[in-house]
Design a protein around this ligand. Structure first.
Ligand code: KG4
Ligand code: ZN
Length: 355
């Protein structure tokens, strides 16, 4: 089964063709990073307008790259939430337009389910993860600890109470005058600094639950920088990055370790943009080794937003014939539990005849 995936929930316009949920045949992604960098973050209206310009181009290109036509496609998968509403609407409208024109069925996909499914794709040198597994999703918009069962159903153990891990990276980068998106730059600088130069808080580490909090950490970094500058002291950007990263990584790894012990998981998946972080990869691998568990990170290019992960997440539904109606909408907020049970916001029902 070949699924065309479409992802436009934030600032990447992406299309991919995935075979049987695991084989990535082609992917084309138009990044908007340069467009938003001068504003220090994604400007929603600017993002949606660029998606409109790029969406048909990336879809046409992915067919060329895969040497395929619509007759080779069995279904269309599209991110329908959560994310920036205007951006999501571009992808959802395009998917519905293609579905109407070609008669292919569509599957609306939850963005976090997509990040998780990125780890299930096969890649050079890797076979991907097969559920059940424990999953930490760490991106610019989400920090969630989930269990994923063999039917690709999710149960939430915990998540952030305020900022997402990637958001904390981007905010700290901004405090340090680094360009958007700051995560990869902080990661690079952290490798040249001392992780024990500053002591930043490890929020909720004493707490038995699986929740996270990163907004206090960002404030602590800000206070330290202001205090030093007011005293006329130098601030080492490398040391701040290394100490900040040490605090984030310690909390993410320790909560994941406890969740693995709590659930007895033998496989741990780390997904989302922050899963590209080298410090996190090293520390998580060490922790998993100590537990004799397997840890799987998607390849770096599949950690950040992409359409392959959306096509992969749609596969279990497509196989079961659980299609979405042509009245499918875009949802800025969409609880994962509601999506997996087809409780669409606003009381929408899955079957077209019910709406
Ligand atoms: O998954 P993603 O592309 O978008 C969302 O769904 O949010 O994640 C983007 C986030 C940004 O906050 C970016 O700074 C962060 O992932 N990120 C990183 C790294 N690469 C991307 N954070 C830390 N270290 C990295 N190497
Ligand atoms: Zn994402």
């Amino acid at each position: 089964m070949n699924i065309l995936g479409i992802e436009t929930s934030c600032d990447e316009t992406s299309a991919a063709i995935v075979q049987d949920g695991v084989h990535l045949l082609a992917q084309v992604t138009a990044s908007q990073i340069d467009l938003h960098a001068r504003f220090g973050g994604v400007v929603p209206e600017v993002a949606s307008r660029r998606h409109v310009v790029d969406i048909t181009k990336v879809v046409e290109q992915v067919f060329c790259d895969a040497r395929m036509t619509w007759s080779d496609i069995d279904a269309i998968a599209v991110t329908c939430g959560p994310g920036l509403l205007g951006s999501l609407l571009v992808g959802v409208s395009a998917a519905k337009g293609y579905a109407l024109a070609t008669g292919k069925p569509i599957v609306g996909v939850h963005h976090i389910a997509g990040h998780v499914a990125a780890a299930m794709l096969a890649w050079a040198g890797g076979t991907g993860a097969t559920p059940p597994f424990l999953c930490l999703v760490v991106s610019g918009g989400h920090t969630e600890l989930l269990t994923v069962d063999s039917d690709f159903r999710f149960a939430r153990l915990g998540g952030t109470r305020d900022d997402a891990a990637g958001e904390a990276y981007d905010k700290v980068a901004r405090l340090l005058g680094l360009a958007y998106p700051g995560g990869p730059k902080v990661d690079d600088l952290a490798h040249r600094g001392r992780p024990d130069a500053y002591v930043f808080p490890r929020a909720l580490l004493e707490d038995d639950g699986f929740d996270f909090s990163f907004s206090g950490l960002k404030s602590a970094v800000n206070n330290e920088i202001v205090k030093r500058r007011n005293r006329g002291q130098d601030v080492s950007v490398e040391d701040v990055c290394a100490s900040f990263q040490a605090a984030v990584v310690e909390v993410l790894v320790e909560k994941t370790r406890r969740a693995a012990l709590h659930t007895g998981a033998r496989t741990i998946v780390v997904a989302g943009g922050v899963a590209a972080n080298r410090g996190l990869r090293e520390a998580m691998s060490k922790m998993a080794q100590a537990l004799s568990a397997r840890v799987i990170f998607p390849p770096i290019e599949l950690c950040t937003d992409n359409a392959a992960m959306i096509a992969a997440a749609a596969y279990p539904r497509a196989k079961a014939g659980r299609w979405s109606p042509l009245t499918l909408n875009a949802y800025a907020q969409l609880p994962l539990a509601d999506w997996q049970d087809d409780h669409w916001p606003g009381g929408h029902r899955l079957s077209p005849t019910c709406e």
